[in-house]
Design a protein around this ligand. Structure first.
Ligand code: F6P
Length: 341
């Protein structure tokens, strides 16, 4: 029986177990043996794999995280490591690989495909910043968690007549902040794509507090610039060269308090946005992505990625996903800005 392996790489994300479920079930229907690779590309470097059966996927569609675990290992750091992945692929007797991840994991998948690895991709990230697909799974769950947080913070902000600044994940894209901010009735939203004039923000808050409401919720994406800077938690870089963002919410809260005199607090939502059960939408998309990834393999369409176009699952070249970051278009931000009151 031909073996199809699956790995999950990069930051975890609600819906990963749905993809694994889709791959395992469709593989079984098509007469393949599904194999799980542990800890993303690290497992390919260490031949760390096991056969997946129906028992392994029992009920996992409702679980957050990934039963395969994950890592940010980058085998494309050297030719020697890339060679090792190819050798281990053969050693494990695999026919094809499904790589589930964001731009880093899929970037590796693209390079490994070019080096001869028969692989297909599945787009994953709460940040929703991958090109080549209308959306990634995990985004809907993160948005709903952030929206729920804004709803909860609103009642305490209102009772104390405070400004509450909420820092939201998303790296260099403002999708989660924009969606959750709009849905959670934020008084102002700051994203990395649009430079905010702090005097404009404070004028909006002043007008609001002196007018129809004595509290405000400000949603800020972690990658938004403040005074020309993107704030970092640490200068240290991961295997893909990423710095850790964070701190902009605290800085903004201090600045608002200084400029307006309104009592201001900040909250960092952080990894809460990635934890717990996926929404129905993320389970649904995840399952379908998994099923279609196996279809791509059966059709020999290596080097491609499953993608959502409207309600259809189609395939696009892996390069479409990783060559360019998908950020929030200015028109969408401007459309949202009429609610900054
Ligand atoms: O890419 C997903 C993401 O959650 C980003 O929104 C965030 O900046 C980053 O990962 C956090 O990474 P880590 O889990 O390594 O702290």
């Amino acid at each position: 029986m031909k073996k199809i392996a699956i790995l999950t790489g990069g930051g975890d994300c609600p819906g990963l177990n749905a993809v694994i479920t889709g791959v395992v079930r469709r593989a079984e229907v098509d007469g393949f043996q599904a194999v799980g690779i542990r800890r993303g590309w690290k497992g390919m470097l260490e031949c760390d794999s096991y056969d997946l059966s129906l028992k392994d996927i029992l009920g996992i569609v409702r679980q957050g995280g990934t039963i395969l675990h994950t890592s940010r290992t980058n085998p494309c750091k050297s030719e020697e490591l890339m060679r090792r992945v190819l050798e281990n692929f053969k050693k494990m007797g695999l026919h094809a690989l499904v790589a589930v991840g964001g731009d880093d994991t899929l970037g590796v998948a693209k390079k490994m495909f070019e080096a001869g690895l028969p692989t297909v991709g599945v787009p994953k990230t709460i940040d929703n910043d991958l090109s080549g697909t209308d959306r990634t799974f995990g985004f809907d769950t993160a948005v709903n968690i952030a929206m729920d947080a804004l709803d909860r913070l609103t009642t305490t902000a209102e009772s104390h007549e405070r400004v509450m600044v909420v820092e939201i994940m998303g790296r260099h894209a403002g999708w989660i902040a924009l969606w959750a901010g709009l849905a959670g009735a934020a008084s102002y939203i700051l994203t990395p794509e649009v430079k905010t004039d702090l005097s404009d923000l404070c004028a909006v808050l002043k007008k609001r507090h002196e007018g129809y409401a004595q509290f405000s919720i400000v949603a800020i994406a972690e990658g938004a610039e403040l005074g020309g800077d993107v704030l970092l938690q640490t200068e240290e870089r991961d295997a893909f060269g990423h710095v850790r963002l964070g701190g902009v919410g605290e800085r903004l809260a201090a600045e608002i308090e200084k400029r307006t005199g309104y009592e201001t607090r900040h909250v960092v939502l952080g990894h809460l946005q990635r934890g717990g059960s996926p929404t129905a939408l993320d389970r649904f998309i995840g399952l379908r992505f998994g099923v279609h990834a196996v279809r791509l393999i059966a059709q020999g369409k290596f080097g491609s990625m499953v993608s959502l176009r409207g309600n259809d699952i189609v395939s696009v070249p892996l390069s479409d996903a990783v060559d360019k970051l998908r950020t929030v278009p200015r028109e969408l931000y401007e459309e949202a800005s009429i609610f900054f009151v």
